[in-house]
Design a protein around this ligand. Structure first.
Ligand code: WTA
Length: 654
């Protein structure tokens, strides 16, 4: 049973209005909706002007060449200046920007002055290495403050970062370095994870050794794990040496609002990850606006904690750019929730007095399974708002989150968005909305969402359909790196008949009689494993790259904790089939996938089969495999080329 089955959602009738106290102090006001409805572009122009512009803009949106949007195009700003210098100049230099907690228990706090000084040195160090505006810099770091410093330093000089999640393999890193043609890689010797040092530098070495035509000239290495590493003289430099040698002063220059800020690779429906491109002014406007209003941020008093890794978009928008643009104080944690013991997150919340927590449903469901005694051993009374992101949150997990973590009184905001949207698109605003567990509810002011049927007509609520963004928005992706055709085809072609402004998100959604939106999961071949996006094609291509594999099909099967789990069906090459048992082959292939893509992609199960269900045109019918993987009765098989195949597969698995 999928976690958010439509039947269970439609029966959900609990409602949670805000307390008077919360509503009385709320940042967001109803007038935001009215202003945005009156004049959407004027509304966004006003939000943009709460940033610092080196040069003001005169035009809000240029949509003359859809789907290539230009927001605030003749304005100039510096993203890092907005996240740093601006706050210091306003007299908030002594405010803590980051309370960082290392997994082994070491900690560091950096004020806005400290962070600004570090970023200036890092920017100068990169300039010394020959990095200039428009160059790409790959960042492959653990969750340490240097990850934030590196991103902001790249942004400060107008270069473009491509952060690669530290769990990705050398192969995945290599593909990303090559695609973006990065000139510099910033990494660490290693970082702490699950009580040991996870080495990172060797992965970078392997990626660069295998790389084809890449222009990487230097690797900056942060010392964190203290593990032994190999050193390429002339190429590799210690981060601390480079910063110590760099001048302390750096004056931030303004770049055009459409100057690229970062590329972030994400899985789509094909085997090749796509580099999602974001630019500066529109992106910063929407992440700052949503961070302030969705999380009810009071920067003088709140302690914000988004638990995402900076390797994902959530880390970009709500660890780095949103909180820092708003001058927030936040917590950053290096490790896993259960090191050294399962209550680590709650101890951190108690230690720093975290007031706003933003986490993924998978984590919440894992904590639910472990029992409420663990969080109850810490004082969580500082929490006043909880957020959820990455996958649908089932009402049970939502209510548990509010009751056990939030002490029965905190609002829980369920925020829907994507790597491509850059910032939150659908969420209730706390203090205004009456919350419905399991529903992301309403578009953010200034965002236009519709739910369409397969034929492109709006569904009549209450009803289900496909989620579409129907007007351009400031933080929207500006393209896929190096592939404008794929950009048009992937996002803008599904409902092209309706006009130029219909962005198809790939998600199914239900809209209820009140107009509230309930997300139902992906409708394409993209899986969501613990809130991490992976495509079936990507894992299939890793599987068939192994010499013993003839054919592979992958499905995302419902999983009570991780939302979905990777389940693979594999046909071995005939010569191989007798050489090893099925168990041996699946163990071998599970680690092969982890090695090819990263541990997050390791299949939960691999079934060795002799046939795969295909239509007469040769397309694998994943729907049927999904039935098997989820232990359901097998659906309609009449369109199969060979209708006996499913019987064969399910007999084999009994
Ligand atoms: C899913 C993560 C339901 C959705 C920010 C989307 C969600 C994909 C939610 C994007 C939510 C994200 N409720 N589903 N609140 N948030 N999703 O690019 O399927 O890693 O298309 O961005 O995650 O994943 P991505």
């Amino acid at each position: 049973m999928p976690i958010n089955s439509i039947d269970s959602l439609l029966q959900e009738e609990r409602r949670f209005p805000p307390t008077e106290e919360f509503a009385g102090n709320a940042v967001a006001t109803r007038s935001l909706y009215e202003e945005a409805a009156d004049d959407r572009l004027a509304f966004w122009a006003k939000q943009a002007r709460s940033l610092h512009w080196h040069q003001d803009f005169t035009e809000t949106l240029d949509w003359s060449n859809p789907p290539f949007a230009r927001w605030f195009a003749d304005g100039k700003l510096n993203v890092a200046y907005n996240c740093l210098d601006r706050h210091v100049e306003a007299g908030n230099g002594d405010r803590v920007a980051i309370h960082w907690e290392g997994e082994p228990g070491d900690s560091r706090s950096l004020t806005y002055s400290d962070l600004t000084a570090e970023v200036k040195r890092a920017a100068n160090a990169m300039i010394t290495l020959g990095i200039t505006a428009g160059d790409r810099v790959a960042i492959y770091l653990p969750m340490i403050p240097e990850a934030i410093v590196a991103m902001l330093a790249v942004a400060r000089i107008g270069a473009i970062h491509s952060v690669v999640f530290g769990g990705f393999s050398a192969e995945s890193l290599r593909a990303r370095i090559d695609d973006a043609q990065a000139k510099l890689v910033i990494t660490a010797d290693g970082g702490w994870r699950k009580g040991t040092v996870l080495p990172l530098k060797p992965t970078v070495d392997a990626a660069l050794a295998k790389s084809g035509e890449h222009p990487v000239t230097n690797v900056l290495v942060v010392k964190r794990g203290e593990n032994e590493i190999a050193w390429a003289e002339g190429r590799d430099l210690w981060w601390h040496d480079a910063l110590a040698d760099a001048p302390a002063e750096h004056v931030a220059e303004g770049f055009e609002a459409e100057h690229p800020l970062f590329i972030l690779y994400t899985s789509g429906t094909t085997g090749r990850p796509k580099g999602i491109l974001h630019t500066s002014g529109g992106y910063l406007t929407q992440v700052a606006f949503t961070h302030k209003n969705v999380f009810d941020l009071h920067p003088e008093t709140d302690v914000f904690w988004c638990t995402a890794d900076v390797g994902w978009v959530t880390g970009h928008s709500y660890v780095v750019y949103g909180p820092l643009a708003n001058g927030a104080t936040q917590v950053m944690y290096e490790g896993v929730p259960d090191a050294p013991a399962p209550g680590r997150w709650w101890k951190i919340i108690e230690k720093y007095g975290v007031s706003i927590l933003y986490a993924a449903p998978t984590a919440i469901r894992t904590f639910m399974k472990l029992g409420r005694e663990i969080p109850q051993a810490s004082d969580l009374s500082s929490l006043r708002l909880l957020g959820s992101v990455g996958e649908p949150i089932n009402p049970e997990a939502w209510v548990w989150y509010r009751e056990v973590i939030g002490g029965g009184s905190t609002p829980v905001v369920d925020t829907w968005w994507q790597t491509e949207t850059g910032a939150i698109m659908i969420s209730a605003l706390p203090g205004i909305a009456t919350l419905k567990p399991g529903s992301a509810q309403v578009p953010i002011p200034g965002i236009s969402i519709v739910i369409l049927g397969e034929d492109g007509t709006r569904v009549d609520p209450p009803n289900g359909g496909l989620l579409v963004v129907s007007e351009p928005w400031p933080a929207m992706l500006r393209g896929i790196w190096g592939d404008p055709e794929r950009f048009k085809e992937t996002y803008w072609s599904r409902f092209a008949a309706l006009g130029d402004s219909t962005y198809f998100a790939g998600d199914g959604a239900h809209v209820d009689a009140d107009g509230d939106i309930w997300l139902l999961g992906r409708v394409d071949d993209v899986m969501n494993i613990s809130g991490h996006r992976l495509s079936t094609a990507e894992i299939e291509s890793a599987l068939v790259s192994h010499p013993i594999v003839a054919e592979a099909a992958v499905v995302g099967a419902a999983d009570a904790t991780t939302g979905q789990a990777v389940v693979a069906f594999v046909i071995l090459r005939s010569k191989q089939a007798d050489k090893q048992t099925s168990d041996e082959a699946s163990a071998l292939l599970r680690s092969h996938v982890a090695q090819q893509i990263g541990a997050i992609a390791r299949p939960r199960e691999i079934f060795i089969v002799t046939e795969l269900p295909k239509t007469r045109s040769g397309k694998i019918m994943r729907r049927l495999l999904q039935d098997v993987a989820e232990g359901r009765e097998i659906g309609d098989t009449t369109t199969l080329a060979d209708t006996s195949v499913m019987q064969l597969i399910s007999d084999k698995l009994k």
